[in-house]
Each structure stands twice: as structure tokens, then as C-alpha cells.
Ligand binder design. Structure first.
Ligand SMILES: [Zn+2]
Length: 777
């Protein structure tokens, strides 16, 4: 063994590998530093710790491989330490990245040629790992064979050979999707298959011609019923899927954003529409590819295929999952060693879509052959943000500013960025290209094979191809706000389109039609139920308009939000963790604050009226989505009658928030020549309003009512409450700083000194900018 070790030992290679591994660990630890409260309790649980350790051990193994490769190359070709080591090592790391993201090498000399001709790109990982392993194996075997002990020779050689075969098997096996045979089964009622693709806009599919000539998708789109404007009530997965399965609005079911606490209640989804299907003799199944969906309890379905839940889903968000590791072990054999990876939608390029498609088809085929009718809910996150795809599904377009060349994130953060209008236009068109490519991959590797199978059963199956919500990739014309990011469910202004998901329905013995109508997303399954019972499918238009609202993102996505998790406090302040079921949820005591700062809209006949908080008070924005695609022109002034009518409906549909003291009462009144909401001051009783409302009330009083004393009163009340959440304090300092600059320094100073008298220590720590303004510097 000594020769063997000597042959592999290289200090420079060791130090470089160690450095890289530590860097990787630190990145994960950085994410872990934002762990929700309660997670630490779980860390005494052996099972949970082991699940997490698997990731680190797995990663360590890959780094050992890189080390061995580097050391082997050194001993064989370089002989002694030179700078060439570092170059070589950096090269290996770059190759690892570039193999997932071909766009990275496009600009290098010969990059285009390589991309166009190299078979490497057809099987990137397999080739690099397989070749690397063979190099290590071939070069190290002579030293190994010199080992005097026979058993060690055999074990060593078997290890090299065995792993080479494993790499070959793991990475080549799952590239093809096999469509199972469909055998005819007589049933009393049609099977129902709901295929929900995460983040697919209606327009992306229909207008951008995602279907190819005569593929299964094309045939499906031609033959099915299209609903042109379904409106998802909250363009975020958890809220919208809960609406889908319950037929209720978020006000009714209580999930208003991702990871709402209600989803952790023991009775969550106990009374869903699944029961109505069960009563009709249906057997229910769920097929999902993300552990984040553990919020839909698999036990509510008769059968479920889903990745295992557990702590890794909490600790390792999709984007932080090591993609090489996922590619190598997300398979049937890897399931034995690292079960928590299995079937999981990882960081997009590493996710094995064909693997999931094969498993899905097998389960569909198994379930649909049963005698009793089936209700199957199928959800894939393969196209989810940040939509990064591997070869050949990468965008070649080059104009972008500060973004990653392979996904719609920026280099350092998933938060809003400041760009000029021109830069935004370029980024928007690049984002669209990324989006389309990612969707193409899902079409080829998932949608088309699934539809190829389902179309054989068309005679007696209801097939819905839909999405939970769309995505805001932004259109390329018109003006842009200077601060934007790609996300869904965070905006209802400008060219936002995440509220319009895809919805195509195939019903046996029904002719393909287009329903040009505003349709409430949550009414779909009740309509299907009606069809199953009575053979009717007459989707009801939301004639009064469909309500939709923004969800929640961990960092601020527009400047008007006062909960700035990116500013202070951190994600830790936002979430809580339930160790009994490994579910993360948003702390419910923050609800009043989170719900208050939502944007809310009513969509009716192609018009969108949005009520949104600003730093000068709540405002309305009306736009014509059809004629003004960027939604740049506010039509409030031109259409007072329509505004009044839609405003009344918006109030009606969001009534629970007014009733529960989330929003203060408002009325429309003239402001600078147009109708805008104003607080109904007479009806605002100090004892009724929740503390968070005081933030916007102060702003309303300052800017619209021009009552500065009242503004300072509310601001001081808010500060005196010393809400545990630092962010609201800092945000208040920001607002007061702008007032101070505006010339109200003396007013703030007066209140300040009184407040300090009443409560020693009150406002001892104003933000730097406010202090500077108050001190007159
Ligand atoms: Zn989603």
C-alpha cells in the first residue's frame, strides 16, 4: 500500500483541493447561517444529521476524485510543482462548470467550433468523469500491482473498474425515455390526469409555438380546449396548487404565499376536492419531483411517488444542490446510498428529466390500468427558476448585463438589480431566450413523451396540460423600472405575466374550442368534477373580474416593501421550522406585515387594475394588457367610471383583509386630477389597527393628507412598539430620513426628544443616514 500512497501523494494537489472543498463548505455554511429557528433542535437527530452528511461526504468523494486526477497528472506529466498545477486545477473546475453551461465557452477561441462538433457535449458528464477515472486508473494501476498483498491488488483494481462502470451506467442509462404500451381498460368514469408544469406562461406555449410539427404536444394543442386567460390567484406554487386542489381562493384556504404556516396544520388538505373524486369511486395519485412539495402531504393521496422529505430539502435549496453529485447519484442505484437525492429536481441542468419521465410513465401506466377510475396529479419543477439548462438547451444570445450567461440570476444574488432601460431590454430578451430553451428541454424530455403515452388513452381520459403560474421574464419593448429581477408572484405591474398560466384541456368526445375568457384558476377542478358527473364542461367566465395578488419573496423585489430581509434580520427572521414533520414555514406573526405590502389586482376583459403600496401611499394602476404589452401607461385618469367599478369589485374580493385589519379602510378620492385610494381616517380606530399598518398610515398622512403631525404620531407609535423585527425600524428610519431631507428636520427632532423622554433609550440607534440628516451634516 505504501507505493500506492506515495504514488498518489502530492502536496500542491492536496492543498488546492482542500482550498476548494473548504470554499464549497463555506458557501453551504453561509446558506446554513440563515437556517430557520428550530432547525438546531433537529440536529441532534441521527437520521437527519446523516441525511445532511451524505451531501458533504458525496461532495468530498468528488473532490477526492479531482485530487487523484490532479496528482496523477502531476506525477505522470508535470513531475514537480509549477504554476501549471493551479492552471490545471482551475481548468478542471472550469471544465466542470462549462460542461453544464455551454454558454460559458462560447466566446473562447474555438468555443463555437467545439460546441458545434464535439460529441463531448452530447454526454458531458459521462465523458469527463469516465475519461478522468480511466486516466487515474491506468496511471495508478502499475503502482497498485507492485503492492505485495494480493487482496489489496484485487480490491484496488476492482474499485477502479467498478466505479468506471458505474459512471458509464449512471450517466448514460437515463437519457432515453421509453413510452410504455397502453392497454385498453373499460371504466365507469374517465380517468383524470392533471399535468402541471411549473412556471409556464400561456403565451410561451401558444404564441411562441412551443410545439413542433406533428409532435404529441402539437396534436394535443390542436385537439384540446384552450382557456386563454386563466388567472392564478397567487402566482406562487404553494398557494396556487392549494387553490387547484381545493377549488378555493387563498382567502378561503389561508395559504397566501409559499410555505404558509397553514400547510403544516394536521388537517391541511383533509377537505380537498380529492374527497369528491374518492366519493365517485376514484383512486387518487400524486407524482411530484420536488421535496419542496412535501407541503402537499402524500398521505392525502391513495398512491404517491415523490422524493423523500427530510432536512436536506430545508437546508439545501434547489440552487445550492451540488449538481455533479446529483447527476451521478440520482438514479436507482444511488437511491440505496443517498436516498434523499432520488427523483429530486435539483439545480436545473443537473436534474435528470428523462429519469423522472420514465418513472412517471411507469406509474401512469400502472395506475391507469387499474379497474377503478384514476385521478392523478402530476407536477414537475424541471422548468422552474432559474431555468438553467444543459446542452443542447442553452441560449446563445449574448447581450446581457451582469447576469449569468446560463440563468436569470446575477452573479452574486437572487435579488433586484439596478440597470438602465437599454440594459433591461437586452437582459429581458436574453431571459426570454433562456426561458424558451429550458421549456424546449422539458417539452422534449417530459411533456412530449407523457403526451405520447396519454394520447393512446385519449378515448377515456381527461388530460389537462397546465401550469401553476407563469414567469415574469419581461418583454423587450417599452420602459423598464430600474430595479427588477426575474421571479414569479412578486409583481402585478408593468409587463408582469406570471398570473396567466397555461391551461389546455382534453375531454373525451368534446371538440377543440377556445374560451376567450377571464377564468379563475381555482374553478378548474370543480368544472372537471361537473364533467365527470354530468358530462358538462361549460367554464364560467369571471364576469366581475378575477382577483390575484403577489406572494412573498425572501428579499425585497420592489423598493416599496418595508420588510427588507436583505437589509437586516435575514431569512432567519422570516421562517420557522417544525421538526416533527421537517416543514419550514413563514412565521405567522409576520402575516399582517406580509399581507399588507402585497400588490393586489383585478383582471377583467383584458384590463388589470392594481392596488399597490408606494412610498407616497397606496396607488392604483390601470392598464390594457392587450394593447399595451408593457403595461406602461396608467389609464386611471382616462377611465374614472371603469376604475370606480373595478375598485368596488377589488374591495369586495379582498374584503377579508379589510375585515381582519390587514388593510386600513380606504376610499377613492381625487388626487392630482385622478382617482386614487385614500385612507378613511374617520374609520381608522387606533385600537383596531395592527402596528404594521402604521408604517403606511404615516406615509399616507405625510404625502396625501399633508398632516405632518399625524404622520409623526404614527411613525413614533411604530417605533415605540419596538417591533422585534429590526427591518421595520430601519425602514422607518429610511422614510424619516427622506422627510428630514424634505425640510422636516425640526419636527422629527421635536418628536424624537419627547419620545426619548418618555422612554429612555427610545430610538437610540437611528440608521446612519437619518442621524446624519438630523445632525445637519
Ligand atoms: Zn410554481
Amino acid at each position: 500500500m505504501k507505493t500506492w500512497l506515495k504514488r498518489l501523494w502530492s502536496l500542491p494537489a492536496f492543498l488546492l483541493t482542500l482550498l476548494l472543498y473548504v470554499l464549497q463548505l463555506m458557501t453551504t455554511l453561509y446558506i446554513a447561517s440563515a437556517l430557520p429557528r428550530g432547525v438546531s433542535d433537529k440536529l441532534v437527530d441521527f437520521e437527519a444529521v446523516w441525511q445532511i452528511a451524505q451531501f458533504y461526504i458525496g461532495d468530498l468523494c468528488l473532490f477526492i476524485f479531482f485530487y487523484a486526477l490532479l496528482a496523477t497528472l502531476e506525477k505522470t506529466f508535470i513531475k514537480k510543482f509549477r504554476w501549471v498545477h493551479i492552471t490545471l486545477f482551475a481548468g478542471i473546475i472550469f471544465a466542470k462548470l462549462a460542461l453544464y453551461h455551454p454558454a460559458l465557452i462560447e466566446d473562447l477561441p474555438g468555443g463555437k467550433l467545439l460546441l458545434a462538433n464535439s460529441p463531448i457535449y452530447a454526454f458531458p458528464l459521462a465523458v469527463i468523469l469516465f475519461t478522468g477515472w480511466i486516466i487515474v486508473g491506468v496511471m495508478q494501476t502499475p503502482a497498485l500491482l507492485k503492492n505485495p498483498q494480493k487482496s489489496q491488488k484485487i480490491v484496488g483494481c476492482a474499485f477502479f473498474l467498478g466505479f468506471a462502470i458505474y459512471i458509464f451506467w449512471a450517466l448514460f442509462k437515463y437519457d432515453n425515455v421509453t413510452i410504455p404500451e397502453a392497454t385498453a381498460t373499460e371504466k365507469s368514469k374517465p380517468d383524470v390526469v392533471l399535468v402541471t408544469l411549473d412556471s409556464v406562461n400561456h403565451d410561451s406555449f401558444i404564441k411562441n409555438g412551443m410545439s413542433k410539427e406533428n409532435d404529441a404536444l402539437g396534436r394535443f394543442l390542436n385537439d384540446s380546449i384552450e382557456i386563454t386567460s386563466p388567472v392564478t390567484p397567487v402566482a406562487q406554487t404553494h398557494a396556487s396548487l392549494t387553490s387547484l386542489l381545493t377549488g378555493q381562493s387563498p382567502f378561503e384556504h389561508g395559504i397566501r404565499y409559499n410555505l404558509g404556516k397553514k400547510a403544516t396544520d394536521p388537517d391541511y388538505l383533509q377537505n380537498s376536492l380529492l374527497n369528491d373524486f374518492k366519493k365517485l369511486g376514484y383512486s387518487t395519485s400524486m407524482i411530484v419531483d420536488s421535496m419542496a412539495f412535501k407541503f402537499i402531504p402524500p398521505e392525502r393521496f391513495d398512491h404517491a411517488m415523490n422524493p423523500p422529505g427530510g432536512l436536506p430539502s430545508v437546508l439545501l435549496p434547489m440552487i445550492a444542490r451540488p449538481f455533479l453529485f446529483y447527476s451521478l447519484f440520482n438514479n436507482d442505484l444511488g437511491k440505496i446510498f443517498v436516498p434523499s437525492l432520488y427523483l429530486n429536481a435539483a439545480y436545473n441542468p443537473a436534474f435528470r428529466v428523462p429519469l423522472f419521465a420514465n418513472k412517471t410513465l411507469a406509474m401512469l401506466s400502472e395506475r391507469l390500468q387499474q379497474k377503478e377510475p384514476q385521478f392523478i396529479f402530476l407536477h414537475t419543477c424541471a422548468h422552474h427558476w432559474p431555468a438553467s439548462s444543459s446542452y443542447p438547451y442553452y441560449a446563445e444570445q449574448k447581450d446581457f448585463h451582469g447576469g449569468l450567461k446560463f440563468s436569470y440570476t446575477s452573479w452574486n444574488k437572487a435579488a433586484r438589480e439596478t440597470l438602465t432601460t437599454e440594459q433591461w431590454k437586452q437582459r429581458a430578451s436574453y431571459n426570454q431566450a433562456l426561458y424558451d430553451k429550458s421549456l424546449e428541454r422539458v417539452r422534449d424530455q417530459f411533456i412530449d413523451p407523457v403526451l405520447q403515452y396519454l394520447e393512446k388513452r385519449k378515448k377515456n381520459t381527461i388530460i389537462v396540460l397546465m401550469s401553476d403560474h407563469g414567469e415574469n421574464v419581461w418583454s423587450t419593448g417599452g420602459e423598464y423600472p430600474t430595479q427588477r429581477m426575474v421571479a414569479h408572484g412578486d409583481n402585478l405591474l408593468f409587463s408582469a405575466r406570471s398570473e396567466f398560466p397555461l391551461m389546455q384541456i382534453w375531454l373525451p368526445n368534446q371538440t377543440a374550442t377556445k374560451h376567450h375568457m377571464t377564468f379563475e384558476f381555482q374553478n378548474l377542478v370543480p368544472e372537471l368534477l361537473d364533467f365527470v358527473k354530468n358530462g358538462n364542461f361549460t367554464p364560467k367566465e369571471a364576469t366581475a373580474g378575477a382577483y390575484t395578488e403577489t406572494g412573498l419573496w425572501v428579499s425585497s423585489t420592489y423598493p416599496e416593501q418595508f420588510l427588507f430581509f436583505d437589509k437586516s434580520g435575514g431569512i432567519r427572521d422570516l421562517y420557522d421550522f417544525n421538526p416533527s414533520n421537517d416543514l419550514v414555514f413563514v412565521r405567522s406573526e409576520l402575516d399582517p406585515a406580509l399581507l399588507l405590502q402585497k400588490q393586489r389586482a383585478l383582471i377583467k376583459n383584458g384590463m388589470r387594475l392594481t392596488l399597490h403600496p408606494t412610498l407616497t401611499g397606496f396607488r392604483l394602476f390601470l392598464c390594457d394588457l392587450a394593447s399595451d404589452i408593457n403595461c406602461a401607461k396608467n389609464l386611471v385618469k382616462e377611465n374614472p367610471t371603469l376604475v370606480k367599478e373595478m375598485w368596488q369589485e377589488l374591495l369586495k374580493q379582498s374584503a377579508p383583509d379589510f375585515k381582519n385589519g390587514i388593510l386600513f379602510p380606504m376610499e377613492l378620492a381625487e388626487l392630482d386630477g385622478e382617482l386614487q385610494p385614500q385612507p378613511l381616517w374617520d374609520q381608522i380606530k387606533d385600537e383596531d389597527i395592527n402596528p404594521y399598518q402604521k408604517f403606511y398610515l404615516a406615509i399616507e398622512a405625510y404625502h396625501k393628507a399633508k398632516d405632518k403631525d399625524l404622520a409623526m404620531f404614527y411613525m413614533n407609535e411604530l417605533m415605540r412598539l419596538r417591533l422585534k423585527n429590526n427591518f421595520i425600524q430601519y425602514r422607518s428610519f429610511d422614510v424619516m430620513n427622506s422627510w428630514c431631507k424634505n425640510g422636516d428636520r425640526d419636527l422629527i427632532l421635536k418628536e424624537w426628544s419627547e419620545g426619548t423622554k418618555r422612554l429612555p433609550g427610545f430610538m437610540q440607534k437611528p440608521a446612519e443616514n437619518l442621524r446624519a440628516c438630523l445632525l445637519g451634516s
